[in-house]
Each structure stands twice: as structure tokens, then as C-alpha cells.
Design a protein around this ligand. Structure first.
Ligand SMILES: Cc1cc2nc3c(=O)[nH]c(=O)nc-3n(C[C@H](O)[C@H](O)[C@H](O)COP(=O)(O)OP(=O)(O)OC[C@H]3O[C@@H](n4cnc5c(N)ncnc54)[C@H](O)[C@@H]3O)c2cc1C
Ligand SMILES: *[C@@H]1O[C@H](CO)[C@@H](O)[C@H](O)[C@H]1NC(C)=O
Ligand SMILES: *[C@@H]1O[C@H](CO)[C@@H](O)[C@H](O)[C@H]1NC(C)=O
Ligand SMILES: *[C@@H]1O[C@H](CO)[C@@H](O)[C@H](O)[C@H]1NC(C)=O
Length: 356
């Protein structure tokens, strides 16, 4: 049985590991950070572990180019997986609800949306254009559709438990060099294929971070709401549920490495969201703040890296990193891509399989 080592225990590594397990392979996850209770994850030493700091919701985006067409297909794959998982495992931390989109200055792809093409061409369930009186001031386009949100650490913790329950092994270790994995001590068997789900994949000159500051509040919200402002800024909420509160966001700041949240930004985010969706405020007309959050989206020029690389003659690495702000919503599409690359490699009669 081939032994696959997955480097990384964020949403991408965990999804890929479960997907590979389903193919019948032995899988070990090696990572510096593993999911645990959100409340105990350290905002300073674990800031580079992005999965705890994400929202995380699924937003369907009308695609405008080939990259976005591929990502849209991945988001639909993930949507179907989330629907099945939520039904079978309520403890997974997934909630289905309406996704509401408000745009101040919609581009042509949004303006071309109709109830019919959104359903038939884009696979958006429960799609409906909003009427003018349903939209806040300043918004010129609005729609809603069925979507999902996850409580990130509840969901990732669920995947980790399932992985180990099904026989997966884990090693908590920081790697200095990927070559360490090929002869790593403590693994049960030699390694046939390495999956690089290290998030930032630093060392790749195309990778950069996009800082996001959000604020976690105790207020509940029945929908996930996203407003794209004319100046390029974003106003959104992501209900985490499962007593995880609601995320109010958020900033998108390329190459900003500041780990400290700004109180001024927090106040602006809360003010803007309340103006967009006043129903979020409690009876007292207030937000109940739990904490500020700063995360680093692992972004890559040209989009995610999902490809196979042969190193030192015959060793195979499958790269799966650089998901930017879409790691959760594309996760099962990426996991399928990893499984396909693996199949192509193991089925190719390479020295890896012939040795087994
Ligand atoms: C504010 C904010 C809001 C977001 N909202 C959403 C959203 O609503 N929807 C959505 O889909 N996405 C959202 N995202 C993006 C999403 O969180 C990321 O795309 C996703 O978490 C990336 O997951 P990953 O598994 O690739 O990386 P990570 O979660 O960073 O995991 C990387 C893994 O690799 C390990 N690793 C790295 N280097 C090493 C090493 N040298 N040795 C050993 N282990 C190593 C780490 O320890 C970790 O286990 C948001 C992000 C932010 C910051
Ligand atoms: C986060 O990653 C950057 C870039 O690799 C590194 O310089 C920094 O030390 C890391 N921070 C932590 C807290 O590990
Ligand atoms: C696709 O379109 C998006 C949104 O306009 C843009 O950010 C991205 O760079 C484009 N990608 C390519 C490969 O053209
Ligand atoms: C993952 O890919 C990045 C970018 O190519 C590289 O810097 C890193 O060393 C790789 N890690 C592993 C474990 O292969």
C-alpha cells in the first residue's frame, strides 16, 4: 500500500489527507500546527497558520476568466461535499444559510446574472435578485443564494478526528527542508509521495500574504452578508455558529505583515457592517465584541499551485498551496485534484510503485 505524507494540517492538508485515505492509501500528516480549540490558538506564534483565522464562508463568484471558471467548479464540488457532510455529521461545524451579496459598483459578470443563468449555468441554488427596497443605501446590485459557513476549528477538528479514527497517523514537527521527510525517523513506512499543503509554501517567489483583520462578536446573524464597496474595500459577516460567534470583516492588505490588530480598524468594520445590516445589532443596538483577529491569507500570483513535481530523480511531490482567501470554499475541489495527480503518478509504473 503506498504511503503518502501530507505536510500541513490546515483545511487543505486535512481535506487532501481524508480524500487520499478514501483511495485506500496509508497517510501520515506532518505539521507544525494542528487544529485545536479556537480559544487556545496563539495569535502571535501561530499567526502563519491561516485556517483558524479564516471566516469561513462560501461565496459564489460569477467567473470572468479561465482561473475563475476552474475555481467556480471547485467551489461547487465543495458545496456538494459540505451538504452531504452537514446532513450526515451535524457535529462537523457546518451551517447552511442564505448568502447575501451587495455591490456598490458591479462589474459586467454580476450585471449579466439572471435568475435563470445563475441556476443553470453557475449552479447557484436558491438564487434570487434582490429588489431595490431590500438593499441598503449606496448598493446598486444585490442577490442571495443558498450557501454554507463553517466554524473553522470545529470543522478542522472534526476532519482531524475522522482522519485518525480511520487509521491516519500524525507527527507534530516543524520541517526546515522538505527533503527531511524522505528519511524522517518515526514514520511507520518509507514515503512514496509527499503532498505539500504548507499554506504559504514559502520559497516560492510567487507567494505573498494578504493580511486580514476581522472582529469576532457574539451577535448572531441568520445569513452571511458580503458588501463590495466602490472604493475596493469589503464589509462582511460570517456566522460561525456552534457558539463561535460571528466574524465581522474585513481588510485585504497584500504584503502587510503587521500582526497587531488596530482598534481604529475594528471600530470602522463594526460601524460599516451595522450600517449595511442593522439586524445584526442586539436589542441594545450594540455589538458584543469577543476579540480582534489578524490572519495572513496565503496568496499566489497566478492562483493556487496544484501540480506534481518530480524531485531527486524519482520522488514525487504534489503541491497544493497558495489558496489565498478561498481555502475553505475550494477545499474539496483541491482534494480531488490532489487525488487525481496521485493516481496519475502511482498508475504510471514509476519506480515508486514498482518498488511495492
Ligand atoms: C481574515 C480571513 C478570512 C478568511 N475567510 C475565508 C472564507 O470566508 N472562506 C474561505 O474559503 N477562506 C477564507 N480565508 C482563507 C482561508 O483561511 C485559507 O485559504 C486557508 O486557511 C488556507 O489553508 P491551508 O491549509 O492552505 O494553510 P494553513 O491553514 O496555513 O495550514 C498550513 C499547514 O502547514 C503547516 N506548515 C507550514 N510550514 C510548515 C513547516 N515548515 N513544517 C511543518 N509544517 C508546516 C502548518 O503548521 C499548517 O498545519 C480567510 C482567511 C483570512 C485570513
Ligand atoms: C511567519 O512566516 C514568516 C515568513 O516565513 C517568518 O519570517 C515568521 O518568523 C513566521 N512567524 C512565526 C510567528 O512563525
Ligand atoms: C481573473 O480575474 C480575476 C478577477 O478579475 C483577477 O484577479 C485574476 O488576476 C484573473 N486571472 C487571470 C489568470 O487572468
Ligand atoms: C512546499 O513548496 C514550497 C514552494 O515551492 C517550498 O518552498 C517548500 O519547501 C515545499 N515544502 C515541502 C515540504 O515540499
Amino acid at each position: 500500500m503506498p504511503h503518502v505524507v501530507v505536510v500541513g494540517a490546515g483545511v487543505i492538508g486535512l481535506s487532501a489527507a481524508l480524500r487520499i485515505q478514501a483511495e485506500g492509501h496509508a497517510v501520515t500528516i506532518v505539521a507544525r500546527d494542528f487544529p485545536s480549540g479556537f480559544e487556545t490558538i496563539d495569535p502571535v506564534t501561530q499567526i502563519n497558520f491561516t485556517s483558524p483565522w479564516g471566516g469561513a464562508h462560501n461565496r459564489l463568484v460569477p467567473p470572468t476568466n479561465a482561473t475563475e471558471v476552474r475555481e467556480h467548479a471547485m467551489s461547487l464540488t465543495t458545496f456538494a461535499h459540505m451538504r452531504a457532510t452537514a446532513a450526515a455529521s451535524p457535529e462537523a461545524g457546518i451551517t447552511f444559510m442564505k448568502g447575501i451579496e451587495y455591490l456598490e459598483a458591479p462589474g459586467p459578470a454580476y450585471r449579466a446574472l439572471t435568475d435563470e443563468n445563475a441556476a443553470h449555468d453557475l449552479g447557484m441554488e436558491g438564487f434570487r435578485m434582490l429588489r431595490r427596497e431590500e438593499m441598503p443605501e449606496g448598493v446598486t446590485f444585490g442577490c442571495e443564494y443558498d450557501t454554507w459557513c463553517v466554524n473553522p476549528m470545529v470543522y478542522c477538528g472534526f476532519m482531524l478526528r475522522r482522519f485518525v479514527f480511520q487509521g491516519g497517523r500524525i507527527v507534530k514537527k516543524e520541517l526546515r527542508d522538505p527533503v527531511e521527510v524522505w528519511d524522517m525517523e518515526g514514520l511507520q513506512a518509507s514515503v512514496d509521495v509527499l503532498v505539500n499543503a504548507s499554506g504559504n509554501g514559502f520559497g516560492d517567489p510567487d507567494v505573498f500574504i494578504t493580511r486580514g483583520q476581522t472582529c469576532l462578536v457574539a451577535n448572531l446573524c441568520p445569513a452571511t452578508v458580503t458588501r463590495q464597496n466602490a472604493d475596493g474595500s469589503w464589509t462582511f459577516c460570517v456566522p460561525r455558529n456552534f457558539e463561535g460567534g460571528t466574524i465581522i470583516g474585513g481588510t485585504k492588505e497584500p504584503d502587510n505583515w503587521d500582526p497587531n490588530p488596530s482598534l481604529e480598524v475594528r471600530e470602522k468594520l463594526l460601524r460599516n457592517f451595522a450600517a449595511t445590516y442593522p439586524q445584526i445589532l442586539g436589542k441594545d443596538g450594540k455589538f458584543t465584541v469577543i476579540r480582534d483577529i489578524v490572519g495572513r491569507r496565503p496568496t499566489r500570483r497566478g492562483g493556487m499551485r496544484l501540480e506534481k513535481e518530480i524531485v531527486s530523480g524519482n520522488k514525487c511531490i504534489v503541491h497544493a498551496y497558495g489558496l489565498g482567501g478561498r481555502g475553505y470554499e475550494l477545499s474539496w475541489g483541491v482534494a480531488d485534484g490532489v487525488a487525481d495527480l496521485l493516481k496519475a503518478h502511482l498508475g504510471s509504473g514509476s519506480s515508486v510503485t514498482s518498488k511495492l
